[in-house]
Design a protein around this ligand. Sequence first.
Ligand code: MRU
Length: 366
Amino acid sequence: MKIDGTPFRTIWLDQDGWSVRIIDQTKLPWSLDILRLTELGQVAHAIRAMQVRGAPLIGATAAYGLCLALRAEPSLAAMEAAAAMLAETRPTAVNLRWALARLLTLLRETPEPARVARAYAEAAAIADEDVAQNRAIGEHGLALIAPFADAGRVVNILTHCNAGWLATVDWGTALAPIYAAHERGIKLHVWVDETRPRNQGAALTAWELGKHGIAHTVIADNAGGHLMQHGAVDLVIVGADRVTRRGDAANKIGTYLKALAAGDNHVPFWVAVPSSTLDWSLCDGIAEIPIEERSAAEVATVTGRAMDGTITTVRLTPKDSPAANPAFDVTPARLLSGLITERGCCAANEASLCGLFPEFALPPPL
Ligand code: MRU
């Protein structure tokens, strides 16, 4: 996507051909800072500190992290240790483990002298595939938006967190259909949940929609239900960090409450995911998906730009009040209108998912 006319991805190789460039998302929307990562530790920090975030982007970043680790030490033992370290950085988004497993499977079979080059080629393939998959999600999701645009009517879409191009290598998942609809001249307005505690909606989704010229309004997280009751939301589209084989979807904390409100108000609720976010090994999302618990400081404080222009973090809570910070929740499949994948849209259940991805269907019991 373009920032002020210049095309960007969220991660790319530097001109030196080996170090990794990222946009530091902790600095948005205040400044566009590009970081250069040269070693494994920096990559692990970037993922943990959420300089890069969003399930597909975390996966691509981990892949490049393994490349940097192998460049320093290409032995099998060092590779396994680096992958284990990266896998621990964030637990919920399955894309991280998916990308590492894909590289490890290939590189364990690769002789040491060829390992680094092969790792970089595979990391690039992961990044390029993510872009193509998200583009396809955009086209499939467009078909869900278009019927609301009768006679040039403005379509009102609500989204939670940031599942835009910043959360992926490019295009985004939940925002890809919005970008596709905007390209086709459909008039849109996006309700952007601020998404406490880290405000990915207020800071990142609002920033990227604004850069793309898409009308949007940032709302407090609790406003969505009220807007739905008053007919102000045509549909909800969110991303996910992990979707089980029966269609339960883990996404940023608060997604579940939006799905409940959408169900109560008969507002369609779609979850957009590339296949790298599908975890075919799990069934019951509430019982089985690991939920990241982040620092209480993210709840107790908020960071923003002070009137004098400096970026400042202030405390919101009494200094002795404990805070808790579960970073994701699971929306049960029954609350979803369906899933938007790169292979098309489907109902959120195992049979429909396996209809699109027959290679993951289980053999019938004997
Ligand atoms: O904690 P984050 O910012 O990494 O959480 C991101 C989300 O929850 C996104 O909605 C999800 O990763 C889908 S991204 C295309």
